[in-house]
Design a protein around this ligand. Structure first.
Ligand code: SF4
Length: 346
């Protein structure tokens, strides 16, 4: 069902929120220099790259090639090709248009990181009653502590099927009118699995105020901006400080009747025609998913070195902006037999 009256954060606000994740080129360069100075410091990638949390999409990038993720931090000036950027932008535009089908967007000015996260919480609080009423929501933020690391993401869509099951749907747009290959499909399945773990954790009241405040280094006592407080009042939430809002959020979540996710699916659409390529159902195996997550997090927490692609997946290097500088790639061409004993994690 479509809810025409739902309200979510504004484009300006989205930009503010994305500011936590998406750095400007200038910032990239500045931080890149700082990272280079720290890279030999023997500290974990989480510390070296100043990550307070990991995003689900970053972990999915890691599942494609871990070394590519590391190079992305170490060489922030190397950019995607124009073709890749166009593809990503087209996909983002399609997602935005889909969100606007079910949510009205209002502009809210944010001044601090606490304001930005507050809007995330307020959007969730606004969408919870819609979900409880059996309707569809899009761009639902999720977060939580998994295997000792704070993760954040945004679920494309949550809705109910005819059996009344809660369906988590991830939209993937594609330049080619065909399904992706195995490696990309596995990465997408990992992504929706993580979303379910995070969403279910929120529903099961596993979130703690200290997880949020301590991991993200947010100031609980900080007063929210005037526009954020006004927006909160508009959706019936009274909170003057960030900490009060977190308390309210946790209290409302604890009383919520929203169920855990029953079904995971990925919807593949052609970018040019918007036609549906296929919708696939994704099985959920929590033990396997957590084991996979632990293997990826072992890199972030400094328990092992980053790894490049498997010898069977060197085709990925052809699309990689770091191909020219990649040591792993050089080793493949110089001594491919050694890589047979160095399989990428999977
Ligand atoms: Fe990974 Fe290949 Fe890129 Fe190296 S060139 S970072 S192994 S995808």
């Amino acid at each position: 069902a479509v809810n025409e009256s739902a309200i979510t954060a504004s484009p300006s606000l989205h930009r503010a929120e994305e500011g936590l994740e998406q750095r400007t080129i200038e910032k990239d360069e500045e931080r890149g220099e700082k990272r280079k100075r720290n890279v030999e410091g023997g500290r974990s990638p989480l510390l070296r790259f100043m990550k307070r949390h990991l995003s689900v999409t970053l972990l999915c990038d890691q599942s494609w090639c871990e070394l590519k993720v590391e190079y992305g931090f170490r060489h922030p000036k190397v950019r995607k090709t124009d073709k890749q950027r166009t593809e990503v932008q087209t996909g983002a535009n399609i997602h935005r248009a889909r969100e606007l089908e079910v949510h009205e967007v209002v502009p809210v000015n944010t001044q601090t990181r606490e304001d930005s996260f507050a809007i995330k919480l307020l959007n969730m609080l606004h969408m919870i009653p819609i979900l409880e009423a059996g309707q569809c929501v899009r761009e639902f933020p999720v977060f939580g502590l998994l295997e000792g690391v704070f993760l954040m993401g945004v679920v494309d869509e949550l809705s109910y099927n005819q059996k009344g099951e809660l369906v988590l749907n991830e939209l993937k747009t594609r330049r080619q009118e065909s399904l992706p290959g195995r490696a990309q499909t596995l990465s997408h399945c990992f992504q929706v699995g993580l979303y379910k773990l995070l969403f279910d954790g929120l529903v099961r009241r596993e979130a703690r105020k200290e997880h949020l405040v301590d991991n993200l280094k947010l100031r609980a006592s900080l007063e929210l901006g005037a526009e954020v407080q006004a927006y909160a009042g508009r959706i019936g939430i009274q909170a003057t400080s960030f900490g009060e809002l977190v308390d309210t959020f946790l209290m409302i979540m604890s009383c919520s009747e929203v169920p855990c996710v029953d079904l995971l699916q990925i919807e593949y659409r052609h970018q040019d025609s918007s036609s549906l390529i296929s919708t696939i159902q994704v099985p959920f195996d929590e033990v396997q998913l957590r084991a996979e997550l632990q293997r990826y997090l072992a890199y972030w927490t400094g328990q092992r070195e980053p790894r490049g692609v498997d010898i069977e997946e060197v085709y990925k290097c052809k699309m990689c902006p770091y191909e020219e500088i990649c040591d792993w790639r050089k080793n493949i061409s110089q001594a491919p037999e050694t890589l047979h004993t160095n399989k990428r994690i999977k």
